[in-house]
Ligand binder design. Structure first.
Ligand code: FES
Length: 95
């Protein structure tokens, strides 16, 4: 288990081993956007402010869509919360 802080919402939640970050976040923020839940579509991408991400997605942590529009998406600046997890004990997301 690890902790995720939603900095803009001012909430911190625990993500158990059998739950995705997305599932935990949706309990606090039901409007959180997602689609494939398989690390493929990029809909659930969120900016990471602190912490080390354990990327588990098909895209290797960098959104092809973001690249296509010319944004320089650094691998550790964002994560797909439906599949990726934390390598550190705590992640801080910009949401
Ligand atoms: Fe599609 Fe997360 S919901 S990548």
């Amino acid at each position: 288990a690890f902790e995720v802080e939603l900095r803009r919402s001012g909430r911190t939640l625990a993500v158990p081993a059998d739950s995705s970050v997305l599932a935990a976040v949706r309990r606090e923020l039901p409007d959180t956007l997602y689609s494939c839940e398989q690390g493929f579509c990029g809909t659930c991408r969120q900016r990471v402010l602190e912490g080390e991400v354990d990327h588990r997605d098909e895209l290797g942590g960098t959104s092809h869509a973001l690249k296509a529009v010319g944004e320089d998406a650094e691998r550790d600046d964002s994560m797909l919360i439906c599949v990726s997890r934390a390598r550190s004990e705590r992640l801080v997301l910009d949401m």
